[in-house]
Design a protein around this ligand. Sequence first.
Ligand code: EPZ
Length: 453
Amino acid sequence: MLEKFCVHGGTPLSGTVRVHGSKNAALPILYSVLLTRGRTVLENVPPLRDVTSTLELLSTLGVKWERRPDGALELEVLREDGFEAPYDLVRKMRASIYALGPLLAKRGRARVSRPGGCNIGVRPIDLHLKGMLALGAEIRNEGGYVCAEAPHLTGRRIYLGGASGSTVSGTANVMMAAALARGTTVIEHAACEPEIADLARYLNACGAGIRGAGTPVVAIEGVSELRGCKYRVMPDRIEAGTFMIGAALTAGEVRVEGARFEHLAALIDALESAGACLQIEDDAVQVSSDGDFRPVDVTALPYPGFPTDLQSQITVLLSLANGISVVTEKIYPDRFIHVAELNRLGANVRKEGSLAIIHGVKRLSGAPVMASDLRASACLILAGLVANGMTEINRVYHIDRGYHRIEESLKGLGAQIERVPVEADSALLSLVPDASPELRERLGEYLQIAAAP
Ligand code: EPZ
């Protein structure tokens, strides 16, 4: 179903919101189930489209799974004959590259469609391949697929730094593969993101020997077997950060449960520098502001730097500051597609290479806009919450990949936001009443692309 969000701006967010489990922690953990024997029970896996696509792929690889009534996911590998992540699934979700390490380590072979670029940049996988080669795999590129083989993997020292610094998915992939390798692997220049530490905690609970995850040097002592276990996925720091920015932006007062200081220190610093008031608790952060913001310079960097996944959202807040802010993107230099849409709402942001130069304006004013990717959608919703009048955000399917019913969470805080079907789409879909959900979704995507300016 093709849908859009209609947001009436001007209501300060107020109350308490609990964040869901982390998408970017849950995805590699789900793939690492391929390394295990026996049953795994995962709590706090968010019900998102990327999770559904992952489960679809895991099913084709012999994993039986079910969502229990309490929301937990039960998974078990029943067959170990599959070794392919086909283009049709990878095309929908780049994270399918996470199949590479586990399939290679457990099944000796992997055939994974090479992910292409996306709206936020080129997104190479050379470091993933460097890691697998170092562990002893033979790799061929065939018809758009990475084909990797190794009768067994052998631990090594591997330097995983690239031109843009560390890689989150590359570190996770090598960590998963090395968990079942012979001997010890040491990853130098590993990504330090909390999601990497979460994956290591899950793997260690299954019997792996990983030390140092969450720091730049990770040592993985290979073991011969991993047994499934019960594990609770960490809270989503990016969803938490989005609500925290929303609270400050709308001059509201919100307690974000599941927001952890240690995951969000760079955002907390930026919000305080801009003039917001924050109170830190063990498992929550309370944010309030008077809506009067100072300009702040922000640089998106690997963890513990400011997260690139909150770069577009903080840009909204800075576009209402009293002065000029500079936002620098060091991870995805082209991740600025939201800028043109924000300017349609009256912001004054100029992109210069990998910088956004933001001249603060007094107010934003509602208009129809197009979301271009997951976090850009969140940025436009936040802008709608503070703009005068109504903002219509099209292509909401992007946001459903990473935020579970964001409009429900925001409505709980008093926001005036509705998810509404797009009429042209209903008219077209009525011509094919028997269309499968997959066909309806594809038609929706085509229509949105066709409607794009
Ligand atoms: C993860 O992507 C996240 N995705 C992204 O979140 C996030 O933006 C990104 O990390 C950075 O924090 C998932 O966790 C599923 P990287 P990932 O490999 O792992 C370069 C969202 O909105 N690089 O850490 O793919 C790359 O081009 C998403 O939830 C290489 O050069 O990102 C980039 O400049 C979007 N060679 C930098 O490293 C490689 O082999 C960091 O990318 C791999 C990456």
